[in-house]
Design a protein around this ligand. Structure first.
Ligand code: NAP
Length: 245
């Protein structure tokens, strides 16, 4: 039976690239995003189905525990197993700390961090019963090194790194590997919002002198979800073109 991968926030950007790559690897794909309209303007589900795997969209706000609980139940009923979870959904609400509102802070923590608890716990419980599984979460270089104007985002991504190591320790004996990737500056709708000044400042710090592409994140995630990574857990792999050397 084909294995199943859930990718949160997968209508576009890095999530869509991961869905396509895991479909090429032979996984059935459970897409997720906030609502169906997110999938109307693109052909990502068609591209995945054209690879001969099964795919279905499950709408849920992953910051809400009850919606995640229903989604996991629905995916289990539809596909039978949950073999891979990719915690990809994320948002930014940038601003210098002095001017950041409580709402801006709480929203980013809820979507980026609480969602990882919700989904890792719920999908992890299915994987415990299966005695196997792979979980990969999208952290960020901001969670490793900090970034002015992103104290909310840095807190959420730093927490994901700590949660990855903790979950790896709790789930390792059950045959479940839990890892994170920490992208640098990747060309997606999230980074399209940055000003030209912010982009060129970032570019000057990247050893490879270019931004990354979503497919370059998907390739590393594919490895972490493969049998080749069967003894890799609790790790954070930076994918930043040498941003931090
Ligand atoms: P993106 O293009 O903004 O895609 C994120 C997706 O997640 C969007 O479709 C978004 O929908 C969805 N989403 C937001 N809140 C959600 C929720 N509560 N429930 C379900 N889905 C939700 O972002 P991306 O650049 O591909 O980034 C993907 C991940 O990589 C994020 O975790 C991000 O923090 C991380 N990352 C990205 C970069 C980068 O340079 N792009 C660097 C480091 C880390 P909406 O449009 O409705 O918000």
């Amino acid at each position: 039976m084909a294995k199943t991968a859930i990718i949160t926030g997968s209508s576009r950007g890095i999530g869509a690239a991961i869905a396509l790559r895991l479909a090429k690897d032979g996984f059935n794909i459970a897409f997720n995003d906030l609502n169906m309209s997110m999938f109307e303007n693109n052909d990502i589900t068609d591209k995945v189905k054209a690879l001969g795997v099964e795919a279905e969209i499950f709408c849920a706000d992953v910051s809400k525990y009850d919606q995640c609980e229903q989604m996991i139940k629905d995916i289990k009923e539809r596909f039978g197993t949950i073999d891979v979870l990719i915690n990809n959904a994320g948002i930014t609400r940038d601003g210098l700390m002095a001017r950041m509102s409580e709402e801006q802070y709480d929203m980013v923590i809820a979507v980026n961090q609480k969602s990882v608890f919700n989904m890792t716990k719920l999908a992890g419980n299915v994987m415990i019963r299966q005695k196997s599984g792979k979980i990969v979460s999208l952290a960020s270089v901001t969670g490793l090194y900090g970034n002015p104007g992103q104290i909310n985002y840095a807190a959420s991504k730093g927490a994901i790194i700590a949660m990855t190591k903790t979950a790896a320790k709790e789930l390792g004996s059950r045959g479940i590997c839990v890892n994170a990737v920490a992208p640098g500056f990747i060309h997606t709708p999230m980074t399209d919002k940055l000003t030209e000044e912010q982009r060129s400042a970032m570019l000057s710090r990247i050893a490879m002198k270019r931004y990354g592409e979503p497919e370059e994140i998907a390739g590393v995630v594919s490895f972490l979800c493969s049998d080749d990574a069967s003894y890799v857990t609790g790790q954070v792999i930076e994918i930043s073109g040498g941003l931090s050397m």
